[in-house]
Design a protein around this ligand. Structure first.
Ligand code: GLU
Length: 536
């Protein structure tokens, strides 16, 4: 049989009579078109870990000339959050991870929203029952709760599994007539997977290598409910099959579901072309143990979501990378290196370079520690890459907010003179507000240490000298000023710091002669005079 895959499965016979399928562990030969999916549930804003999952799927697809799909897994209507789906689509679009198919993007294999696929799943659930791989369970929520409580009292954990199912109310223990009566009576039921006894499920995860599970440790998961909705497990497997997904790349938290999914493919008779699995490492807190959470962000002052999110119920706002002023290319570059490395020293990657270099086998197994400072560092890099023209355009809305209007060419020069001090567009204001507004206060420490008894007198002389300069451009001012200083035999430092203080309000900032030119002769003289008055 031609599978089209170099890694076709082999049968392995165990001494105890168990036979399992095992992959032969070569890389897949890309004969089938690579198709991967990002399959979030619309239960809230997308965590940056989710964006990284989408990114790795996207990179893998593009690297292999494949398709990247967006499937919305909304089978759990209780957890549905309005606005979450639109948020996911907007976030992916902002990041440049535009799906080839999916909710909001069209495609031949839709619908891509699971709630709209509802009628498709029943026949798979029925087939599982018919072939003995699943069963009806009629236990009520209250009954199961009671069992949970009892188990807790005995310091045990209740699990609906191959040990307990024999004593519970299900189609394995009830007679055919009783089952029929329950179903006819329209009683609440769920369909559960009948986890086989003592099987070893072995899989070669493309990131983790060989992982194995014994089915005795696994419970009988619910696959389908009497409201006609499948659960995540059934819908996910059926859809990956119908959408011809070749590789499942998802977070580590889904690893425990993998044996069930593998068994479902097998039970449904659709194992042959089933996807290969890869489970991405967790993103860890900047400090301490555990997974990066929204609380870490709130505590340490960084976003964990790509875009700002307003909780529709509580109205609570969570900050987003976009609104905090990160460039999408910086956010993506930072995320790409959370758990993946190119094997070289290279740190800056545009999307095309990421596609080129990406390799699932270079994704690490252990958790990847998030460093908020590194995120800023990437932003600084991408800001420096932008031309002053482009940055000025990005700066204009903020200037408008501040009520500042200025000639575009002049703005571009201002931006050019301060951009190297900036990480974010908003820093352009912090670093350059004095180009537009005279300082309303002067840094006290600088005043104390640098404003001497004779400073005002010297500055008065300088303003008088400035009056005589006609070519008010940085270079001629600098030349004339140097000559003036040499004549006076004044130390540069003793004069320049107070002048800067007068113009800027503090002792730091860009080149002073640039500032002279850009704010103009009159304003320069005016500010120096005012400082002399105020500070004296
Ligand atoms: N709906 C799951 C989630 O919310 C998808 C897991 C998977 O990719 O299989 O992450």
């Amino acid at each position: 049989m031609q599978l089209g895959w170099e890694w076709a499965r082999d049968l392995v016979h165990y001494p105890n009579g168990i036979v399992i399928f095992v992959e032969n562990f070569n890389q897949p030969k890309m004969e089938r078109k690579v198709r991967v999916r990002f399959a979030p549930s619309p239960t809230g804003p997308l965590h940056m870990g989710g964006v990284r999952t989408a990114l790795f799927n996207y990179l893998f697809a593009k690297k292999h000339g494949g398709d990247f799909l967006l499937r919305i897994e909304d089978t759990d209507q209780n957890r549905f959050v309005p606005g979450a789906e639109a948020y996911i689509i907007e976030a992916l679009t902002w990041c440049g991870l535009v799906p080839d198919e999916g909710v909001g993007f069209g495609g031949e294999m839709g619908p891509y929203r699971q709630s709209e696929r509802k009628p498709m799943y029943k026949k798979y659930a029925d087939a599982l029952i018919e072939n003995g791989f699943a069963y009806y369970s009629f236990d009520t929520a209250e009954e199961l709760d009671e069992l949970r409580k009892q188990a807790e009292a005995d310091k045990q954990v209740f699990s609906y599994d191959l040990h307990t199912r024999k004593g519970l109310k299900n189609s394995l223990t009830l007679s055919k007539e009783e089952v029929e009566a329950h179903l006819q009576g329209g009683e609440h039921y769920v369909i559960r997977f009948k986890m086989p006894e003592n099987r070893e499920i072995v899989e070669e995860d493309l990131i983790r290598g060989r992982v194995s599970f014994n089915t005795n440790q696994l419970d009988d998961k619910v696959l389908f409910k009497s409201d006609g909705m499948p659960t995540y497990h059934l819908a996910n497997v059926v859809d990956d099959h119908l959408m011809e997904i070749t590789h499942v790349i998802r977070g580590e938290e889904w690893l425990p579901s993998m044996p069930l999914h593998i068994l479902l493919y097998e039970a449904l008779g659709i194992s042959e072309n089933r996807p290969r699995f890869s489970h991405l490492p967790l993103i860890l807190k900047p400090e301490g143990k555990g997974k990066l959470s929204k609380r870490d962000g709130d505590k340490m002052g960084f976003p964990v979501f790509p875009l700002l999110w307003k909780d529709p119920e509580t109205g609570d706002i969570s900050r987003g990378y976009r609104e905090d002023g990160y460039f999408p290319e910086a956010f993506i570059n930072m995320l790409a290196l959370l758990g993946w490395n190119p094997g070289t020293e290279q740190e800056f990657f545009c999307m095309n370079e990421l596609v080129e270099s990406f390799d699932l086998t270079r994704v690490v197994k252990s958790g990847a520690r998030f460093d908020p400072e590194k995120a800023k560092w990437f932003n600084r890099h991408y800001l420096q890459q932008k031309s002053s023209e482009e940055l000025t355009q990005l700066f204009l809305p903020l200037l408008k907010e501040k009520g500042v209007t200025a000639d575009l060419q002049k703005l571009e020069r201002i931006v050019g003179s301060i951009k190297e001090r900036c990480e974010f567009v908003k820093d352009l204001w912090d670093q350059g507000h004095f180009f537009f507004q005279a300082p309303d206060s002067y840094d006290e420490k600088t005043v104390r240490t640098k404003w001497k008894a004779d400073t005002s007198e010297k500055l008065q002389a300088i303003t008088a000298f400035f009056e005589t300069i006609s070519d008010w451009k940085a270079t001629p001012i600098k030349d004339a000023f140097s000559e003036f200083m040499t004549q006076k035999e004044w130390g540069f430092g003793a004069v320049m710091v107070p002048v800067r203080l007068a113009l800027v309000g503090s002792s730091s900032g860009p080149d002073l002669f640039e500032i002279f030119e850009l704010i103009g002769k009159e304003e320069t003289i005016e500010r120096i005079r005012k400082a002399c008055e105020v500070i004296q």
